[in-house]
Write a protein that binds this ligand. Sequence first.
Ligand SMILES: Cc1ncc(COP(=O)(O)O)c(C=O)c1O
Length: 410
Amino acid sequence: MAMTPSISSETLLSYAKQFGLPLFVYDAQTISTQIANLKNAFNVPLFEIRYACKALNTIAILRHIYQQGCGIDTVSMGEIQIALQAGIPPDKISFTPSGVLLEEYAYAIEHGVHVHVDQLHVLEWMNEKYPGTEITLRFNPGVIAGGHLKLQVGAEDSKFGIHINQVEKIKALTDRLSLKIVGVHMHLGSDIGKSDSFDEAYAYVLKVAMQWKQTLKQIDLGGGFKIPYHPDDHSIDIESFGHKISARFKSFCEEIGRDITMIIEPGKYLVSQAGYLLMEVSGTRDIQQTGLAYVASGFNHFLRPMNYDAYHHILNLSNPHGEISPYDVVGYLCETDTFAHERPISKIRKGDVLCLMNAGAYGFTMSSNYNTRPRPAEVLVQENGEGVLIKRAETIDDILRTDLGYQSPL
Ligand SMILES: Cc1ncc(COP(=O)(O)O)c(C=O)c1O
């Protein structure tokens, strides 16, 4: 199946001209459609989507997602700050950190943000410092799933969540603490296309949740819903999956005897397909059968192909009808930074603009200043079709500003 951007090539090229390259472009309409798909699929009386903003957290994006009726899940003090800055009310923000210092939990609680806890010492500390606080416990379902080893966080030996062997201990502990356990949480991993793994993990977590049924208000089932990266790839069948899970959840609520809120925490499902990374070709080499196209970008702007061996579809926007031949598309870093290997793309010439698809999730937020390269600007195409700059490109001055030796003479 052909993969075509939701924004026309002409429009993308006009943004390249107007805002410069490299450039991230996001389509608000695609995000809205994904949210609507989830709302249609999950039909339980009390339902909330908490967008995992680690995927992409530019303020205009958070506002757009909040306006579609979603809350925000955060993992750091910085993400909480961004969400608050975006105008998201604290009661629509949750905090699901891993291995952070207690000061980060304190920041969340003092700002009215609901916290998810998976470590015993945090519970003890919280009980002393913030007695009576309502919290959610994060459990490790002990199920292996996810599109890449590094994206699997639900295995039994994972660092995330309360271990299955510790459930009784935690129950005994929470029985003697004043903290109120109002929620149970799990997150299995990312890029999960088959519903069986979710089924197994959800069944486990719903069973565990029964331990706190008196005080229970919400179950957070995490994110991880797969979207297609490759033209032959598939998305999770969200409709049938959602219906199945909703039916299971309804029986769980019946068993408890009241409605409990079902929360899901998707990241990439909402924003991955909405994003495009536009990059300029700095040169080509054609001494081998596979051509080599250098782009003025690298894993400093987009890490997924290098970190997860992820396939990201690439189009030549400025020469769409050229002869198709295989290319290695590589970046400008002093490291191996291959975006695509032996990829059929229409003839690439110096100065062409390439479009890397599925760049919305874990693109900008995983970017860095490696090789002292500024991060690109970001443009959001609003639902009225107007493209607006939502973050300017960094400058080298921005990067150097924290270096105290900068601008002071030797
Ligand atoms: C706790 C938690 N929730 C939700 C997500 C979102 O995952 P995805 O982007 O695959 O939906 C993550 C991703 O790492 C996560 O750690």
